[in-house]
Design a protein around this ligand. Structure first.
Ligand code: CMX
Length: 441
């Protein structure tokens, strides 16, 4: 791990000094105002976190250390015969803050390969769950079982100094990232493929090996995994999975505990689970209409039916974005290159043309455009992965890259325990009546 660690330390100590200066000079500057509505409505738009790895613009979409997804697709190193970026390169970029060379990426791949061995008790913990258990529950159980390996937790119990917290966090994060593909593939093969497992291939990159262990050795599927693992990795700090990982990590819970907590949040249908909901919804639509090529009129009718039943249209809308998610567009481009005639993929594109005006006409939805989850499932189904309950596990493996890079930064920058103030409606009423001016802690 030497090279990445050394480069990270150099960047982190420079950032520490810069932030100290920044706060000395501007620490009392107001960064915004908070309305009562924001306090009641999910804290939308309140700036209250620092996440160094990526930044979300509501119209442009995500930028990782300043680079958009198309820029990453162009600039990040690829595998020998591939055209999609290697996610190890994105991890390096988020961690070190600079674009990696191919040599740097190969180094990260090798570091992850060497640390990818999963101890047997992790598989035993997963095996203890009944087969009907949701894959995300199995996944988080596997991560929690792996917590026995935490260097941070051991170092803390032995009295490590605060300035050194980042180092065992760094080690834990890399080891955890290295092992997640094996855990994910084990769950998939156990639940859906007769418990027949596939050994890792030490010659493959992180995402290529995941594809291989899942049982998909098609070149297209490997490329899809590289793209998928890159675009799902991070979405700045306020989303549920990133924020939860950061929040739990702020209590100095080790990276296993913090990441598992974050992934429990990803497993919610308004967040990462939406990727399974989208395909489930399309399959139900196909069944009800009796066709796998529904017309735009039929789709519109089904969307209206979904809305009138008081349900959301999965894969559409976003808490921050106000345009089509560039992660959706990247997947659409992949579809146009690799499977332009696929019926399901074409249905996803027809839904894209149909849904936004209907949502817009409701007058209450801030963003009628598709998010990342609207497209991903159709690409997986194309290669034969129809088991949609598994999809959020793939999202979770990818998300480890962003939230764990951020957690390393949290420790290196010495970020404190997160503890915002909450109020009661009674106290709000008293404040409105002028009876209470300031809420104490
Ligand atoms: N279908 C129907 N109604 C929707 C909707 C959708 N896709 N998106 C938003 N709305 C509704 C909200 O439920 C809300 O209704 P009420 O006022 O009756 O409660 C209203 O429109 C306003 O919501 P908003 O401010 O536009 O959106 P929020 O920031 O509250 O919520 C999100 C954002 C993503 C939870 C919401 O758009 C949604 O539920 N989408 C469907 C689920 C989904 O795709 N989630 C994945 C997001 C990406 C990810 O994290 O992976």
């Amino acid at each position: 791990m030497g090279i990445i660690k050394d480069r990270f330390v150099a960047k982190a100590s420079a950032a520490n000094a810069e932030i100290k200066e920044l706060l000395k000079e501007h620490g009392n500057k107001k960064i915004g105002e908070v309305t009562l509505a924001q306090v009641y409505q999910g804290m939308r738009g309140i700036t209250g976190l620092v996440t160094e790895t990526s930044l979300l613009d509501s119209h442009e979409g995500i930028r990782f250390r300043g680079y958009s997804i198309p820029e990453l697709q162009e600039k990040l190193p690829k595998s020998a015969h591939g055209t999609e970026p290697l996610p190890e390169g994105l991890f390096y970029l988020m961690l070190v803050g600079e674009l990696p060379t191919k040599e740097d990426v190969d180094h990260v791949s090798a570091v992850l390969q060497r640390r990818s061995h999963v101890p047997n008790h992790v598989f035993a913990a997963i095996d203890a769950l009944p087969l009907h258990t949701h894959p995300m529950t199995m996944f988080v159980t596997g991560v929690m079982a792996l917590q026995t390996e935490s260097y941070f937790s051991k170092a803390y119990s032995e009295g490590i100094a605060k300035k050194d917290y980042w180092e065992p966090t760094f080690d834990d994060a890399l080891i955890l990232i290295a092992r997640l593909p094996r855990i994910a593939a084990y769950i998939y093969r156990r639940k859906y493929k007769n418990n027949e497992h596939i050994q890792p291939n030490g010659m493959l990159d992180w995402a290529g090996n995941l594809a291989h262990m899942l049982g998909y050795d098609d070149h297209g599927f490997r490329e899809l995994m590289r793209l998928y693992m890159t675009i799902h990795a991070d979405h700045e700090g306020g989303n549920v999975s990133a924020h939860t990982t950061h929040l739990v990590g702020s209590a100095l819970s080790d990276p296993y505990l913090a990441y598992a907590a974050g992934m429990n949040g990803l497993a919610g249908p308004l967040h990462g689970l939406a990727n399974q909901e989208v395909i489930k919804w399309i399959f139900e639509m196909q069944k009800e209409l009796g066709t796998d090529e529904p017309s735009k009129d039929q789709i519109a009718e089904y969307v209206r039916k979904t809305l009138s039943a008081g349900k959301v249209v999965p894969g559409y809308g976003h808490a921050v974005l106000r345009k089509t998610d560039p992660r959706f567009t990247a997947q659409m481009e992949f579809g146009k290159t690799h499977m332009p005639d696929d019926k399901l993929v074409n249905t996803v594109w027809n839904i894209y043309e149909t849904v936004p005006p209907i949502l817009q006409s409701l007058g209450k939805i801030k963003n009628p455009w598709p998010n990342v989850d609207a497209h991903s499932g159709a690409l997986l189904v194309h290669y034969g992965m129809v088991e949609y309950e598994f999809y959020t596990v793939l999202f979770a493996v990818s998300r480890s890259l962003g939230v764990l890079a951020s957690l390393i930064w949290d420790r290196a920058l010495g970020f404190p325990l997160e503890r915002p103030k909450s109020v009661t409606t009674e106290s709000v009423k008293q404040w409105l009546e002028g009876k209470a001016e300031i809420w104490g802690d």
